[in-house]
Ligand binder design. Structure first.
Ligand SMILES: NC(=O)c1ccc[n+]([C@@H]2O[C@H](COP(=O)([O-])OP(=O)(O)OC[C@H]3O[C@@H](n4cnc5c(N)ncnc54)[C@H](O)[C@@H]3O)[C@@H](O)[C@H]2O)c1
Length: 341
């Protein structure tokens, strides 16, 4: 079965491609490398001993996408490609709507031209917005996220629903990720942010490796157990396996039509202070930090109700917080400059 993976050179994409290859899927990666390196795919090939067809291209380039569909027998698209920095999305919102909403529409249009009906979408917990109470579950109404990035995800979920109403053959799964961290246990692939990391764990890892002086913890006075924000962190390999589970769910449920959303999280909230402590004890590296003022748009705490993915996809996040920390450090210490030589 041939799977087209857009954004497959990126952080979650590369780990998912590895999992798909290990489970004997044929994978075509389509990525414009705006936030990644083709080296991740080279390493995935080495780790699995399998080949991957890699095409450098932008999802908004429909002619190039058409060529990919013409030359392969694609039956499903897993769509990771997107810009993903929440803060940046507030400064260049038009670029975010261009890439994340218009780009997704381009992919869906070309799929339709070629009669490909199966779509797995990288959504996010951010779609629950500020209106919903934790733990988030899939029956809740989509919220109003505070950032353009979050709005992009809500819009795409809405587009998928409208497309499913109009097209009785369309089958989509929206995977709402919580907070993926960690890296493949080999230390060969991992998260390689360009510039200053936006996410907590890459920042912590860069402090540990000496690239940054100290961590800023944004807000120590939230109404949480220790005053810092709480998030539902899951290992990126568990998340990768969630994509495999979604793909197998689509394969098994042949009569399914429409859109189904699943939360992919552990079901537990962990605070920023707890993450720092866990990283220090798993790696014996000290992480100096300052508590800085709150960042606008950050919610105090959220985590998943993951029951639906547990029961219907037969998927569960199994890797421990210690494993997440060890694997992050293994990747970062082996690759202090990421994929750059
Ligand atoms: N990392 C997270 O915490 C998180 C949480 C929730 C949802 N997501 C979503 O998961 C997906 C993957 O995230 P990630 O963390 O792996 O990010 P990433 O930046 O590492 O991967 C995204 C990939 O898409 C590519 N890309 C971006 N725009 C493109 C375009 N126009 N055409 C072709 N390729 C393009 C980038 O080069 C990159 O390789 C994204 O859709 C993101 O919004 C991520």
């Amino acid at each position: 079965m041939q799977v087209l993976v857009t954004g497959g050179a990126g952080y979650i994409g590369s780990h998912s491609v590895l999992t798909l290859l290990e489970n004997d899927y044929e994978v075509i990666v389509y990525d414009n490398l705006c936030n990644s390196s083709a080296e991740s795919i080279e390493r995935v090939k080495r780790l699995t001993g399998k080949s991957v067809d890699f095409i450098e291209g932008d999802i908004r380039d429909k002619d190039k996408l058409r060529e990919v569909f013409e030359h392969h027998n694609i039956s499903v698209v897993i769509h990771f490609a997107a810009l993903k920095a929440v803060g940046e999305s507030t400064t260049i919102p038009l670029s975010y709507f261009q890439s994340n909403v218009h780009g997704t529409v381009c992919v869906l249009e070309v799929m339709k031209e070629f009669g490909v009906n199966n779509f797995i979408f990288s959504s996010s917990a951010t779609v629950y917005g500020e209106e919903n109470d934790v733990p988030y579950d899939e029956n809740m109404k989509l919220g109003t996220p505070s950032s353009p990035y979050g709005a992009n995800k809500v819009m795409v979920e809405r587009i998928l629903q409208d497309l499913a109403i109009s097209d009785p053959q369309f089958r989509a799964v929206s995977l709402r990720y919580f907070n993926p961290i960690g890296a493949h246990e080999s230390g060969e692939i991992g998260e390689d942010p360009s510039g200053i990391p936006n996410n907590l764990l890459p920042y912590v890892a860069q402090v540990a490796v000496g690239k940054r002086a100290k961590l800023n913890i944004f807000g120590g006075d939230y109404p949480t157990q220790d005053g810092s924000c709480e998030r539902d962190y899951l290992h990126v390999m568990d998340l990768a396996e969630g994509h495999l589970a979604a793909l197998e769910w689509l394969n098994k449920n042949e009569s399914f039509r429409g859109v189904e959303a699943f939360n992919l999280g552990t079901g537990n909230g962990v605070s920023v202070f707890a993450i720092v402590k866990a990283f220090e004890s798993a790696t014996s590296k000290a992480i100096p930090f300052d508590v800085a003022p709150r960042r606008s748009g950050d919610l105090p705490a959220f985590w998943a109700n993951a029951n639906k993915a547990n029961t219907q996809l037969n998927w569960q996040a199994t890797r421990s917080l210690t494993q997440m920390m060890k694997d992050t450090w293994h990747w970062q210490s082996n690759n202090p400059n990421g994929y750059a030589k």
